[in-house]
Design a protein. Structure first.
Length: 51
């Protein structure tokens, strides 16, 4: 997690990249179009957790 200009916690580039390829990876594995629902975001002392 990173802080934006308003001191809000936002996902960093690595998290954004991961979320951007999840649907492609699922589609490649299952060999049919897949759309994975967005994860739940849980704040933690070290940033956040996506489940």
């Amino acid at each position: 997690m990173e802080e934006d200009d308003n001191n809000e916690q936002v996902p960093n580039k690595f998290v954004q990249q991961l979320l951007g390829v999840v649907d492609r990876a699922a589609t490649a594995i299952h060999q049919c179009p897949m759309k994975i629902p967005p994860p739940f975001k849980t704040p933690t002392p070290y940033g956040g957790r996506l489940t």
